[in-house]
Design a protein around this ligand. Structure first.
Ligand code: CO
Length: 169
């Protein structure tokens, strides 16, 4: 509560400094350096959200879209409800940056076996580990800027069926 009050006061102070002060403050906020996890992400506080995603031996996710808010702390729990081993029917959740070519990415992912099919590059915004039947895993990340983002399972051959959208509002 105290922190929020201080932030509000700071914003009022900045606003009263004129456009120059406000602009320089804004440009600092939008610098590419990732913000510490504990920092408040937006002007209005957003409760963290937990998303449940299940995958099966039928090479499918049980959901193909999720709605979250910009700056929201998102925990995604992935469960493999099947019985097949990771090496045969591995599943993960890989959230991709806007504009990622899925076929191109999946192709590179398929040859990144040593890193559990997470290829090098900056397309991956967040991902879980790779799991087999009966296992579960989880990842927590901050929802990116508003827009629609693809998520896939990057296990070889899976992305065509195992994909969906994270919609950030
Ligand atoms: Co899979």
């Amino acid at each position: 509560m105290k922190k929020a009050g201080f932030l509000l006061m700071s914003m009022i102070f900045l606003a009263s400094c004129g456009s120059g002060g406000a602009e320089s403050a804004a440009s600092e906020e939008t610098s590419p350096r990732p913000a510490p996890k504990a920092a408040p992400a937006a002007e209005e506080s957003v409760e963290p959200i937990t998303l449940e995603l299940s995958a099966s031996d039928q090479m499918k996710f049980d959901k193909d879209r999720f709605l979250v808010k910009e700056g929201q702390e998102v925990t995604l729990n992935l469960t493999h409800a099947g019985e097949m081993e990771k090496a045969v029917m591995g599943h993960n959740f890989v959230l991709l940056a806007k504009g990622t070519d899925l076929a191109d990415f999946a192709g590179r992912a398929a040859s990144a076996k040593d890193s559990d099919y997470i290829p090098e590059g900056d397309e991956v915004l967040a991902h879980t580990g790779l799991i087999g039947g009966g296992e579960s895993t989880s990842v927590t990340f901050t929802a990116p800027a508003r827009g629609q983002y693809d998520f896939i399972c990057s296990f070889p051959g899976h992305y065509a069926l195992m994909k969906g959208k994270l919609i950030v509002q």
